[in-house]
Design a protein around this ligand. Structure first.
Ligand code: IYR
Length: 258
């Protein structure tokens, strides 16, 4: 019926009120089909390089990332918030399962909140180092020199708590499934770490386990699970990092084909 279809149409498009979607679809069964059709645009801003230029960029980028190190000693020096926000926008360019973008970033600079996070994290770590961790795990960590003390959680000017959303909720309270959540949030976190390094900031991929205390302290809902806690800032001048070796290409990759 053309009249029904045209009246219903404004409500059937993507971006319409989700809660109305199912109601509209009952009235107009064609609307869901229409709203599920992919909309394509030309690939935006793609850049093609000569092989020479590709080589130069590949080496340059590798050299820049080669300089990245995880640090545990931070300076408390102020970092402008806008820099962090720009890096978070970059993280948000990550690919994700069904484009659900199942991540949420909580940026913490409030000293009192940082103190509470440190206290809760150190409580977990005391148990971890004091008996919960199996011997082989402790042996694997020995070269890093980590222990239950986490002063960086208060010293670093920012903590970014990265949450993985197992599902989303519509305004009407219905669950919306997310796909490949760990993979998606892992990729976004990698891009975030790279973006921070690119602007000269250091980070630490910290995973106190379990991390559920972050939901309580940061007031995050049940559909979000803490993924990684990332202290961020300038590295402490004169600070040290463990003397580690990165695996060579031959150790991490094989080629099948020419
Ligand atoms: N979460 C603990 C232990 C720890 C575990 C791994 I795997 C590391 O790569 C580093 C530390 C801690 O933060 O000390």
């Amino acid at each position: 019926m053309p009249s029904t279809a045209s009246t219903a149409e404004p409500y059937c498009e993507r971006g319409s009120l989700l809660a109305l979607d199912s109601v509209v679809c009952l009235i107009c069964p064609l609307s869901r089909e229409r709203s599920m059709k992919p909309k394509y645009i030309p690939l935006p801003d793609y850049r093609k390089y000569s092989v020479e230029e590709m080589r130069r960029r590949a080496v340059g980028f590798r050299q820049e990332l080669q300089r990245r190190r995880t640090v545990r000693q931070f300076s408390s020096r102020h970092v402008p918030r806008e820099i962090i926000e720009e890096c978070l926008r970059t993280a948000g360019t990550a690919p994700s399962g069904a484009n659900k973008q199942p991540w949420h970033f909580v940026v913490v600079s409030d000293p009192e909140v940082k103190r509470r996070i440190r206290e809760a994290a150190e409580r977990e770590e005391r148990e971890f180092y004091g008996g919960r961790a199996p011997q082989d795990w402790l042996e694997a960590l020995a070269p890093l020199g980590t222990d239950q003390h986490k002063p960086f959680l208060e010293v670093a000017p920012y903590l970014i708590a990265i949450f993985a959303q197992s599902y989303d909720l519509t305004t009407a309270g219905a669950k919306v499934k997310h796909y490949y959540v760990q993979e998606s949030v892992g990729i976004a976190t990698g891009i975030l770490i790279t973006a921070l390094h690119h602007v000269g900031l250091a980070s630490l991929t910290h995973t106190p386990s379990p991390m559920r205390f972050l939901n309580e302290i940061l007031g995050r809902p049940d559909n979000e699970r803490p993924f990684i806690l990332l202290p961020i800032g300038y590295p402490l001048e004169g600070g040290k990092v463990p003397d580690l070796r990165r695996k060579t290409l031959d150790e991490v990759a094989v080629t099948v084909g020419e």
